[in-house]
Design a protein around this ligand. Structure first.
Ligand SMILES: NC(=O)c1ccc[n+]([C@@H]2O[C@H](COP(=O)([O-])OP(=O)(O)OC[C@H]3O[C@@H](n4cnc5c(N)ncnc54)[C@H](O)[C@@H]3O)[C@@H](O)[C@H]2O)c1
Length: 696
C-alpha cells in the first residue's frame, strides 16, 4: 500500500506506516499512528481500523536513525502508541507483509487482530544488539504463540514466516491475494465483535515452568558465553508465566534498562552501527554513480586468488582466473573444487550448486580472456617488480573503465598505480585468508583512486558479503600496521619472562579467538620474520626483540613445518607446548642478561591491547582510517578481537583514554619493551586530557 497516511474504505479506517526504507517507528510515524487512531475513534462511520505498512513491509522496528537522539524518547513513545492501540474502542487489525520486526512486531501484538501474508517474516531481533525486547514483546508473544516458540524466537532473534505461526493467536488469518483487500474483508467480519480480544488478557502457560526455564537457562548460558542478553531473555519470558501482565512488563523494562547500560550491548550496537558507517566514505556522496560489475578476473590462482575467486562465484558472478603456467592453473582449480567438495560432504552445499559455481569459473593462461572483465583483482607474488609488470600488462589490455585492484598486503598501492596510465582506476582490495571465509575486506584508497571506483568497490563488497573498510595507503594498512605493534609487545613479554602459552592464554581469556603465538604458528612465522628483517634496515632506531628470529633460524615456521612456538602432531592442529622452545627462550634471555620476572595476565592484556589502541590512534590522526569504528570493524571481522568488547578503540573508550594513557606511562617508566613506543599518540593524549573518547 502506498500513499496517504489515513484513508477511509467503507467503514474501515486504514492507517499507513509510511517511513521508508523500512517503516522504522520514528517520531513522525509514531505521531501519525496516534493521529490516525484518534481520527478513527472520532469518526462514527468507522467501525474498524487497519494498520498496514507502506511499500512491501510492515515495519522493521525502531528507526535506527533516531538512536541516541531526543526523538527516540520523545512522546508519543512506542509504549504510548501501544497503549493507544490496545485501548482503542474499535478493533485494530495489523495487516502484515514482508518484515515485521522488533518494535514493529510489538506494535502488532498490541492490536486486537493480525492478518498476514504467508511469507511475512515476524521476529524480535533485539537480542542481536544485546537487549531484550522493550515494548512488551517478551510478555505478549508467549501469550500469543506459546512459551516455547516465543522463547526460541526471542533468544535467537531470528524471524519466523507467518505461515508457520498460522494456528497461533499471533496470526488470525493468512491472507491470499492482495493484503489490503484481505485485511478489509477481515476487518468487516470482526467489526461488531465484542469484547475485543487482547493478548494481555490471555495466560502464558507452561505446566512445569520451573524445570522448563531452568533447563532453558542452562542451555542458553552455555551458548551465549560472554553475552548476558540471551539469558535475560529467558528471565523475561519466564516472567510472562510467573507474574501478572503489568508486573511482567515492569520486569521486562527493568531488564531492558540494565542491558542498555551493559558493555556487551554497547559493543554489539557499536558493531551494528560500525558496519553501516564503514560503508560510507566522507567525501564520496551516497549517490555517486557506480560502474557496472558483471564479470571479474583474478590474476594468480594461489592461496588468495583461489579464495577471492570463490567469493565471487558464491555470489553468482562469473570469474576468469589467469596464471602463467598450466600446472599452477590446474593446481589452483583443483583447490577450489576440493573446497567446494568438502562443503558438499558437510552438507553445506548441494552438488548442483557446486556444478553451477564451477561453471562460472573460466581458467586461462591468456590475457585475451580477461580483458573484458569489469573488475580485475591481482593476487600474484608479493614483489613490487612482479606486481608492476602485471599492472603494465593490465593497463595495456583491459577495456577502458575497468577497475584494476591489487590484493597486496604490504606494498605501496600508489606505486602500483603509477605503473599504469590510469591510476584513477587502481584501488587496493585487501582480502584476508581464507578469502572465501573471512568477512573483512580492506579497500585501499590510492592518492588518485577515483570516487566512483571506491563507490563501486564498496558496493561489490556488499554483493560478495564482505565487511569493507576503507584504508589510506600506509605500510600494513589499518589491520596489519596495528597488529605489528601487538605482536612486538607479545615478543617483548616473552623476552621479559612470560611463556608463549601464558601470553596466548591471557589474550584468549580476554576473548581473542586465538593468542598471538598460536596465530603466528598458523599464519607462518616466516612471514613476520621477513617483515622484521625489512624493519631492521628501515627503522634502525626502533627496538625489536630478536627472540622470534631465533625460532625461525631453527626452521620452526609453525603448523606447516610441524613446529613453531608450539609443536604439532602430524595431521593435527592442537598447539602443544614444547620444552625445546622453553630452552631456546631461556638461552636467549641468558645471552641478553635478562632475569625473567613474573608477569601478570593483566599486564599482558594491557600491553598487547593498548599497543593496538596507540597505533590505532595514530592511524586516525593520519586520516588512514576515517573513524574509530572503522578500526574496530577491521579488528572484529579480520583479527578475532572479541565482539563483546566491541573492538580495540571502543575497548579503550570503556577503559577510558585517561586510564589507557596512565598505564602506558607506567610501561614506559618501567622500561618494558620499547619505552619510546609508549609515548601516547597525540590524539590519545588529547582525549585523555579532555576526558573524551574515540567514539564520541
Ligand atoms: N596469504 C595470505 O594470508 C595473504 C593475505 C592477504 C593478502 N595476500 C597477498 O595476496 C597476494 C598473493 O598471495 P598468496 O598467498 O595467494 O600467494 P601464492 O604464492 O599462494 O599465490 C600467488 C600465485 O600467483 C601466481 N603468479 C605469480 N606471478 C604471476 C603472474 N605474473 N601472472 C599470473 N600469476 C602469477 C603464482 O603462480 C601463484 O599461484 C600477495 O600480494 C599477498 O601479499 C596474502
Amino acid at each position: 500500500m502506498a500513499g496517504k497516511a489515513y484513508e477511509l474504505h467503507e467503514g474501515v479506517a486504514v492507517v499507513a506506516l509510511d517511513n521508508p526504507p523500512v517503516n522504522g517507528l520514528g517520531l513522525q510515524l509514531r505521531t501519525a499512528i496516534v493521529a490516525g487512531l484518534d481520527a478513527a475513534q472520532a469518526d462514527e462511520a468507522v467501525k474498524a481500523i487497519v494498520l498496514i505498512g507502506a511499500g512491501s513491509l510492515f515495519s522493521g522496528g525502531a528507526d535506527i536513525r533516531e538512536f541516541n537522539t531526543p526523538k527516540a524518547t520523545a512522546e508519543p513513545t512506542l509504549h504510548s502508541v501501544i497503549r493507544v492501540v490496545e485501548s482503542s474502542a474499535k478493533p485494530v487489525i495489523a495487516a502484515i507483509a514482508g518484515h515485521c520486526m522488533g518494535g514493529g512486531l510489538e506494535l502488532s501484538l498490541a492490536c486486537h487482530y493480525r492478518v498476514a501474508l504467508a511469507d511475512a517474516q515476524l521476529g524480535l531481533p533485539e537480542v542481536k544488539i544485546g537487549l531484550v525486547p522493550g515494548a512488551g514483546g517478551t510478555q505478549r508473544l508467549p501469550r500469543a504463540v506459546g512459551v516455547e516458540t516465543a522463547l526460541n524466537m526471542i533468544v535467537s532473534g531470528n524471524p519466523v514466516p507467518a505461515a508457520q505461526l498460522a494456528d497461533t493467536a499471533l496470526v488470525d488469518r493468512i491472507v491470499e491475494g492482495p493484503l489490503l483487500e484481505g485485511a478489509l474483508r477481515f476487518a468487516r467480519e470482526v467489526a461488531g465483535k465484542r469484547p475485543l480480544p487482547k493478548l494481555r488478557e490471555r495466560a502464558a502457560v507452561e505446566p512445569d515452568a520451573e524445570a522448563f526455564f531452568a533447563f532453558a537457562r542452562n542451555a542458553v548460558a552455555s551458548v551465549a558465553k560472554n553475552f548476558p542478553a540471551p539469558v535475560r531473555c529467558v528471565d523475561a519470558v519466564a516472567a510472562s508465566v510467573s507474574k501478572p501482565f503489568e508486573e511482567g512488563l515492569r520486569y521486562e523494562r527493568e531488564i531492558f534498562l540494565q542491558l542498555v547500560q551493559s558493555p556487551e550491548s554497547r559493543a554489539l550496537r557499536h558493531a551494528f552501527f560500525g558496519e553501516r558507517a564503514a560503508s560510507k566514505i566522507p567525501d564520496v556522496p551516497a549517490d555517486t554513480p557506480v560502474r557496472p560489475v558483471k564479470s571479474v578476473a583474478v590474476i594468480g590462482a594461489g592461496t588468495m586468488g583461489g579464495g577471492i575467486a570463490m567469493s565471487f562465484l558464491n555470489a553468482g558472478i562469473p570469474v576468469a582466473i589467469l596464471e602463467t603456467k598450466q600446472e599452477a592453473l590446474d593446481g589452483g582449480l583443483a583447490t577450489i573444487r576440493r573446497n567446494y567438495e568438502s562443503s558438499v560432504k558437510r552438507g553445506k552445499l548441494t552438488p548442483e550448486k557446486l556444478a553451477s559455481r564451477m561453471a562460472l569459473l573460466a581458467p586461462t593462461l591468456s590475457y585475451d580472456d580477461v580483458k573484458n572483465a569489469d573488475l580485475v583483482i591481482e593476487a600474484v607474488f608479493e614483489e613490487m617488480g612482479v606486481k608492476e609488470a602485471v599492472f603494465r600488462k593490465l593497463d595495456e589490455v583491459m577495456k577502458p573503465g575497468a577497475i584494476l585492484a591489487t590484493n597486496t598486503s604490504t606494498l605501496d598501492v600508489n606505486r602500483i598505480a603509477a605503473a599504469t596510465k590510469r591510476p584513477q582506476d587502481v584501488v587496493g582490495m585487501h582480502f584476508f585468508s581464507p578469502a572465501n571465509v573471512m568477512k573483512l575486506l580492506e579497500v585501499v584508497r590510492g592518492e588518485k583512486t577515483a570516487k566512483d571506483v571506491l563507490a563501486t568497490v564498496m558496493q561489490v563488497a556488499k554483493k560478495i558479503r564482505k565487511t569493507a573498510v576503507v584504508s589510506g595507503v600506509c605500510d600494513g594498512f589499518i589491520g596489519n600496521r596495528m597488529v605489528e605493534q601487538y605482536l612486538r609487545q607479545a615478543l617483548f613479554l616473552v623476552e621479559e619472562g612470560a611463556a608463549p602459552q601464558q601470553v596466548d592464554g591471557a589474550l584468549e581469556k580476554f576473548g581473542f579467538a586465538m593468542g598471538p603465538f598460536r596465530m603466528s604458528d598458523l599464519a607462518g612465522n616466516d612471514i613476520g620474520w621477513a617483515i622484521r628483517k625489512r624493519r631492521y634496515v628501515e627503522r634502525p632506531r626502533f627496538v625489536y626483540s630478536r627472540i622470534a628470529d631465533r625460532l625461525c633460524e631453527q626452521g620452526r615456521f609453525g603448523q606447516k613445518t610441524g613446529a613453531g612456538w608450539y609443536r604439532y602432531e602430524p595431521g593435527r592442529r592442537d598447539a602443544i607446548p614444547d620444552p625445546k622452545v622453553d630452552e631456546m627462550i631461556a638461552a636467549y634471555r641468558g645471552e641478553k642478561g635478562i632475569a625473567p620476572r613474573r608477569i601478570e595476565d593483566a599486564e599482558i592484556v594491557e600491553r598487547c591491547v593498548f599497543a593496538l589502541v596507540n597505533e590505532g590512534a595514530r592511524i586516525l590522526e593520519e586520516g588512514i582510517a576515517a573513524r574509530a569504528s572503522d578500526i574496530d570493524m577491521v579488528y572484529l571481522t579480520g583479527y578475532g578481537f572479541p565482539l563483546f568488547r566491541g573492538g580495540p578503540m571502543l575497548y579503550a573508550d570503556m577503559v577510558g583514554p585517561y586510564n589507557v594513557v596512565r598505564s602506558m606511562r607506567r610501561f614506559a617508566s618501567s622500561g618494558s619493551g620499547d619505552p619510546s613506543f609508549w609515548q601516547p599518540a597525540p590524539l590519545l593524549e588529547k582525549l585523555a586530557n579532555e576526558g573524551k573518547t574515540f567514539n564520541g
